[in-house]
Write a protein that binds this ligand. Structure first.
Ligand code: MSP
Length: 499
């Protein structure tokens, strides 16, 4: 089974497109795996404990749980509006998750991997993280949360013997037993381990009431990051038929998506916790970059936050999915703006894909009464199945989209060159049949390959051919014909012109 995860999102604020891009990537990969016939479980959810959430709730004049319920609902709603369909949505305030966290830590405590001590340091509530001097700016601020005060914390705390697992974590990463990708992120983590070494970390907080109590010492709550990381495990271990879904993912995850800001938690603390409890490690951790908007960090105070709803309203859900994964190569940091999204919409979707589909359908209707000529035609060789699959293997959805766009370029050029209208005029029926059959098959295959990105657009095109994605066998997509003799019905414009 393929088990794909996203970070679980803090419920201190509503979702924006930075959160959306990670979740979209996971949804696209889950759909791709299913298309290939692999059983897949895609998990996302919300991170609801800790000081950050308690303080946001207090500011809104609400109880933390009531506040978390509302914002968590906003995340579900945003994902639904983008056609994102997780198999499980986990919330850390679910008592079943809380029980797994308690059992897990009790077991580590009993095994001697956790001890009581004191933690002193600078704490950033925005990151929910203890910071070293070197992680702060010259004036002692967190670079990610320059408007918030760094708190000086000195408190009794339970610590996890992270230092004891340094060699095992390093070697798992070095040998790609736990594969951190892209390579630059793997080197970043190894560099950190080699230069700074791993120090024991706090797994509890004494003065944070909004959290899961430690089972052996109720004066402490579980440090929110440990609570959060364990969601990936509790989704598959917790009891109860209605926990997150009827199905259960099979641990460990095969592919975990995260943003670069939370690399150390996922590449160091997370595998160390698993090694300490003798659990298997995730296969791949994929780390992507950050979006900036017109060169600036997306932030409430700058007033440049873009929400998924805004984009869905402008482009529709499917186009938004495509644009967010294509506008900057997934993995890299990148800048975007509404102008760039508009021009990408026009270039890739309205003018390229939309135009190809409407031209081919219109020609079939005009010259053959909507009937695809009988033939054994395969899709155009410009549709590179191998490269498409390889892009997914390399966790490069932008690359997979690019493979499809180049094929569309070639197909549009083919139509220009072949001039089916001239063939029709001169009565060259055999050549016209051959051209139309190949074009119909190409459009069908492209619709299937676009399905992970744009499930609704794919559905509409396949419906015009009288079928649906569930009836398509990916393994025979390249080697057989699917459209011969089919009747094609007219199709509404897939990508309307922007206002
Ligand atoms: N709750 C923690 C994660 C716990 S996972 C066990 C957290 N939440 S978060 O809501 O602040 O951010 C989660 C993720 O959102 C980031 O890792 C990143 O994937 C994504 N992004 C948030 N802002 C982003 C951008 N501006 N650009 C791209 N991705 C961004 O951290």
């Amino acid at each position: 089974m393929r088990y794909i995860t996203t970070p679980i999102y803090y419920v201190n604020d509503n979702p924006h497109i930075g959160h959306a891009v990670t979740t979209l990537a996971a949804d696209v990969f889950a759909r791709y795996e299913r298309l290939r016939g692999d059983e897949t479980f895609f998990l996302t959810g919300t991170d609801e404990h800790g000081a950050k959430i308690a303080e946001a709730a207090a500011k809104a004049g609400q109880e933390p749980k009531e506040f978390a319920d509302a914002v968590s609902g906003q995340f579900s709603k945003a994902w639904e509006s983008l056609g994102i369909a997780p198999d499980g949505f986990i919330r850390t305030t679910d008592p079943k998750h809380e029980a797994v966290v308690q059992q897990f830590l009790q077991q580590l405590y009993d095994a001697g991997h956790i001890y009581k001590g004191e933690y002193r340091g600078h704490y950033c509530v925005g990151c929910e993280e203890f910071k070293t001097e070197t992680q702060l700016t010259e004036d002692g601020k967190c670079p990610l949360h320059p408007n918030q005060e760094i708190r000086e914390v000195s408190e009794e705390s339970y610590l996890f013997r992270l230092s004891a697992f340094q060699d095992q974590v390093r070697s798992a990463i070095e040998r790609d037993e736990f594969s951190v990708r892209p390579e630059s992120r793997k080197n970043e983590v190894l560099g950190f381990i080699n230069h700074e070494g791993l120090r024991d970390v706090a797994i509890s907080r004494k003065n944070v009431a909004w959290g899961i109590p430690l089972p052996w010492d109720e004066d402490h709550t579980v440090y929110v990051w440990v609570d959060a990381l364990l969601n990936y495990l509790s989704a598959s271990e917790a009891d109860g038929p209605d926990f997150i879904s009827e199905k259960r993912p099979q641990f460990p995850p095969s592919l975990q998506f995260i943003g670069k800001d939370i690399l150390r938690f996922h590449a160091i603390i997370w595998p160390a916790l698993l090694i300490a409890s003798e659990k298997p490690l995730p296969k791949t951790l994929f780390v992507h970059g950050y979006f900036t908007i017109n060169g600036q960090k997306m932030s409430k105070s700058l007033g440049n936050v873009i929400t998924p709803e805004q984009l869905v309203e402008r482009y529709g859900a499917d186009a938004t999915r495509y644009l967010l994964l294509k506008v900057v190569p997934f993995g890299a940091d990148g800048d975007m703006s509404l102008e760039r999204l508009d021009s990408l919409y026009n270039d890739d979707l309205a003018n390229n894909l939309g135009n190809l589909v409407s031209r081919v359908v219109a020609m079939l209707v005009k010259y053959r009464d909507g009937r695809v000529p009988a033939s054994e035609a395969r899709a155009h060789s410009a549709i590179e199945f191998g490269e498409y699959a390889q892009s997914f293997d390399e966790v490069d959805p932008s690359g997979a989209a690019e493979v499809l766009q180049s094929a569309i370029d070639e197909l549009n050029a083919y139509i220009q060159e072949k001039q089916p209208w001239a063939l029709a005029k001169s009565g060259n029926e055999a050549e016209l049949d051959a051209a139309l059959a190949m074009l119909a098959e190409s459009v069908f295959v492209l619709a299937v390959l676009f399905c992970p990105f744009m499930p609704e657009v794919g559905r509409k095109i396949l419906a015009a051919f009288g079928t649906s994605i569930e009836h398509v066998n990916y393994a025979t997509l390249e080697s057989t014909n699917h459209t011969s003799g089919k009747t094609v019905s007219a199709i509404e414009p897939l990508f309307p012109r922007l206002a």
